[in-house]
Write a new protein. Structure first.
Length: 284
């Protein structure tokens, strides 16, 4: 019997640290500040039990084999942008904007159970083996909570996910049978026949179609637009309905759940100096 516990994980830390904001200047083809941090925690457990038994007699010899296995693989990962969680985009056309991110939190658990039994019978030139294996695999999302954006908690507030959504639950029975017979006394010529059915496991990550996260696109208003402060509340309200126009037209980032649009960007106008460095400050 074998029992193993792996309290492992891995992660990536930005070279610029976690305190700096970051951005991309497409005009100069440079990046500056910092990027994001990724951490994954995987406290896995494995149980493996195997055994065998032998029986000999005048009618032939038997070798019985049996086994049981269990694996539980929880996974918890967090992706968080550095600094205020706002990333600036400076474009050659002057259509500059910033993306405010909420941390991406993904929790899921995969489990697999298997059991098998088999017998190898031999008598004279004949060997026959047969067995059956049962596999069961399950996977599901776990509840998680993504904290609000550091700089704009009203646009990207804390988001809780109850763990509902896609899941995985399947059973498979795999029979196997084979026979071998030696065609001569010296066993130099052998005839074989076999049949087997196999089942492969799926990656439990496949259930993570839904996740807690989010991003909001913020842009300064176009020339001649009405003051954003006056239109901000309407922009924020209508963005829930994916309104195509709001003031000078909100931009909707459809890559994540629970987005709110702020092209009107009242707060971005007030703070964009913090996200757009002067032209002489080009840091990677």
């Amino acid at each position: 019997m074998l029992y193993a516990w792996f309290g492992w994980g891995y992660g990536f830390a930005p070279r610029g640290g976690t305190d700096q904001d970051g951005g991309i200047n497409f005009d100069a083809n440079t990046a500056y500040g910092s990027w994001f941090t990724y951490t994954a925690r995987k406290p896995w457990q494995i149980v493996d039990v195997t055994g065998s038994s032998f029986k000999s007699g005048a009618a032939g010899n038997h070798e019985f084999k049996f086994g049981f296995g269990y694996r539980r693989n929880p996974n918890a990962s967090t992706t968080r942008w550095s600094g205020s969680e706002v990333v600036a985009h400076v474009n050659p056309t002057g259509d500059n904007f910033a993306l405010a991110y909420r941390a991406r939190v993904v929790n899921y658990t995969g489990q697999s159970i298997n059991a098998y039994v088999g017998d190898t019978y031999s008598r004279g030139r004949l060997t026959v083996n047969g067995g059956v294996r049962w596999d069961k695999q399950t996977a599901k999302n776990e509840p998680s909570t993504a904290p609000a954006n550091t700089a704009f908690p009203d646009l990207l507030p804390t988001l809780a996910y109850d763990g509902s959504g896609p899941s995985m639950n399947w059973n498979n029975v795999s029979p196997r049978v084979g026979a071998t017979i030696a065609l001569d006394q010296n066993r130099k010529t052998v005839a074989r026949a076999s049949y087997a059915n196999y089942a492969g496991q799926m990656n439990p990550f496949e259930v993570t179609v839904t996740f807690t996260g989010g991003a909001t696109l913020m842009q300064p208003p176009a020339s001649g637009a009405a003051p954003c402060a006056a239109a901000h509340r309407d922009c924020e309200r209508r963005s829930h309905d994916s309104s195509p126009r709001c003031g000078q037209g909100p931009r909707i980032d459809r890559h994540s759940v629970g987005n709110r649009v702020a092209r009107c960007g009242r707060r971005f106008q007030q703070t964009r100096r913090a996200y757009h460095p002067p032209h002489g400050d080009r840091r990677h």
